[in-house]
Design a protein around this ligand. Structure first.
Ligand code: ZN
Length: 252
């Protein structure tokens, strides 16, 4: 099995928590950066409690240490010109690539918007990472979601998240499993364990990794450390890599 860990927005904890833990474990991951958040040209409540961003220096250090630093828009939207602004900024900060990954802000899009975005930016885009597979939003799965949130039943967690396992890699839209405050690390590990011997790929979407999660989009440092040690201990069957590496692997 292949696992990709991805972090959205460019929040300060991406450096002080996620990156440090990943580096210790010798694991690579993808970080999707809203560039206007980094240089202060886009001020918004989109980015959680703390609202501090990474600096250009943080980004460069992470890039130099094999992390995939990619775009999450400049102003946290999916628009043609906004994407170009974001990759121009990344490049001017020293993160130069022939093509950049993109993760869809707020996971909101129509298929027409996505098509237009892709057509116009094709030559600059390495991959697009979206949110959950739309099948997660069937009535049955919405019930599974609520039951998991209330009672932490693993069976519901598994059913709800199964559609996010990728059998084929379509770089034009990669679905992901979303980790939120209520996600128990034991259930996420059990889920990976159930598929680790398969050929599937699982992309996991995180936002903040913090000591004491407060809002929905934060997850505990302890939990993240447990997940990383599980991945390291299962290296023989689980390949953990950035989405950039995943796409490059597919091309071989
Ligand atoms: Zn975001």
């Amino acid at each position: 099995m292949k696992i990709c860990l991805s972090f959205d927005d460019g929040r300060i904890d991406s450096f002080f928590a996620a990156y440090k833990i990943l580096k210790n474990a010798n694991l690579n991951a993808s970080f999707h950066i809203a560039t206007g958040f980094i240089d202060g040209t886009y001020i918004s409540n989109d980015f959680g409690n703390d609202r501090k961003s990474l600096s250009k220096e943080h980004l460069l250090e992470m890039h130099d240490n094999n992390m995939d630093i990619s775009s999450h828009g400049d102003k946290h939207v999916m628009e043609v010109d906004d994407f170009l602004t974001s990759i121009k900024k990344l490049s001017s900060w020293g993160i130069k690539k022939p093509k950049y990954g993109f993760s869809i802000p707020n996971s909101k899009y129509s298929s027409d918007e996505l098509k237009l975005f892709l057509n116009k930016n094709e030559k600059d885009i390495l991959y697009i990472r979206g949110g959950r597979n739309p099948s997660c939003y069937s009535f049955k799965n919405k019930v599974n979601y609520v039951f998991y949130k209330l009672f932490h039943l693993y069976h519901c967690y598994k059913k709800f998240n199964e559609p996010n396992l990728l059998a084929l890699i379509d770089k034009h839209l990669l679905f992901s499993l979303v980790v939120k405050k209520h996600t128990k690390v034991s259930d996420l590990i059990r889920f990976i364990n159930d598929y680790k011997e398969t050929n599937k790929t699982l992309i996991i979407m995180f936002h903040s990794i913090v000591e004491n999660p407060a809002d929905d989009w934060e997850w505990g440092e302890d939990s993240f450390m447990k997940l990383c040690s599980f991945l390291v201990n299962n290296k023989n069957v689980i390949e953990t890599l950035s989405i950039e590496e995943l796409i490059k692997d597919e091309k071989k």
